[in-house]
Design a protein around this ligand. Structure first.
Ligand SMILES: [Zn+2]
Ligand SMILES: [Zn+2]
Length: 371
């Protein structure tokens, strides 16, 4: 069957022939791939920055933002049946007994680094016609979300951030007064840095969680992304038009900064204006080469201590974040169906994969559609 793969040794990217998988364990399911999202991670793997083939292979099948329809289930599979739509999680645990997170189904906090990741690290991904996966690593998605479920995996970035924010901020009595009709974050302000797919999905998630949410991104407004963001009631502010200091003056205490831009410069420009009891979440991974930047370290350290601040890095997502993503995507579709659909720039055939992975990035989220 066809698959989109990289061969790091030969430095090749393209459609290859890859053996079709078969169910070998009674706890496995087989699904037919419907769609796979493309993101910066895939593009970096195609620049050979990272991305390792599994043992015994010269190539790595790409794709970690998958959506499929189940065609077959093993005898001991109970929660998934043929015809179900499924989104698989990405990371699989290491095999060390002493890795407590992995032994407790939290490979997103693996302590050994010997985890594998579908389409990224030593395990084939979803850009192929059929997949076999353990029941426990797939999430069943309601049919109503068929159109947009490919956005679930990128949404888990914000969902995992939100789970951790609530957990960490508990130390502060950070909860908002209960008010009818208002979601739990209604007394807090969140600034989303960046207006790519992670940023826009993050803005939707923070808004649904009740936060007074703003998107702060480089391009001057109006532009297609600012219009999209404002279409679901989040104010877009351009860093070319409003400095971080002006931003803080305008908004008042900034309780959360959610970095979704993948570069340190703008993030560290915003960090000094994080408010009292604030939490700053990094989600982006700067790509190589890593340029040096200058930061106001003394001022930031002073602030962090005097203002009880937290700076948090977060990667990958656990099952809880996937469950929350299914729930929130349903809410997004009730409230802003056009905005959610507009996140998907285009659906493309497999033959366009090379161009999408190696060419200039365009739009918000491009998707490979398998037929
Ligand atoms: Zn991705
Ligand atoms: Zn581990």
């Amino acid at each position: 069957m066809k698959a989109v793969a990289v061969n790091p040794e030969k430095r090749e990217v393209g459609v290859i022939d890859h053996p079709a998988p078969e169910i070998s364990l009674s706890t496995e399911i087989k699904f037919r791939t419907l769609e796979v999202g493309i993101c910066g991670t895939d593009r970096e793997i195609c620049r050979f920055d990272y991305g390792n083939p599994p043992n015994g292979f010269n190539h790595l099948v790409l794709g970690h933002e998958g959506l499929g329809v189940v065609t077959e289930v093993g005898a001991e599979v109970h929660s998934v049946k043929p015809g179900d739509l499924v989104v698989p999680t990405v990371r699989r645990p290491c095999h060390h007994d002493h890795c407590i997170p992995c032994r407790n189904d939290r490979s997103d906090f693996c302590t050994t680094g010997h985890f594998v990741e579908r389409g990224i690290k030593e395990y084939h991904g979803f850009m192929t016609e059929y997949m076999v996966e353990q029941e426990r690593y797939v999430c069943v998605v309601p049919p109503a979300l068929r159109d947009v479920a490919v956005l679930m995996e990128p949404l888990t970035v914000a969902e995992k951030a939100l789970i951790q924010i609530w957990h960490i901020q508990k130390r502060l009595h950070w909860e908002c007064p209960v008010a009818a009709g208002l979601a739990p974050g209604h007394c807090h302000k969140a600034v989303i840095v960046g207006a790519g797919p992670i940023g826009i999905l993050g803005a939707m998630a923070f808004k649904v969680a009740g936060f007074d949410t703003y998107v702060y991104s480089r391009s001057k407004a109006p532009n297609p992304k600012s219009e999209l963001v404002e279409s679901f009631g989040v104010k877009y502010i351009s860093s070319e038009q409003v400095s971080p200091e002006e931003l803080a003056k305008r908004l008042g205490n900034i309780d959360v900064v959610y970095e979704a831009v993948g570069g340190a410069k703008i993030a560290f420009d915003v960090l000094p204006v994080l408010g009292l009891n604030g939490i700053f979440v990094f989600t982006g991974i700067p790509g190589f080469p890593l340029p040096h930047i200058t930061i106001d370290g003394e001022f930031i350290m002073r602030n962090m201590v005097l203002k009880n601040q937290v700076v948090l890095g977060t990667v990958n997502a656990g099952r809880d974040a996937f469950d929350n993503a299914i729930h929130d995507l349903g809410i997004f579709m009730q409230r802003w169906p056009n905005a959610v659909r507009a996140l998907i720039t285009g659906r493309h055939r497999l033959e366009s994969a090379r161009e999408l992975l190696l060419g200039k990035a365009n739009g918000i989220k491009n998707v490979l559609a398998f037929s």
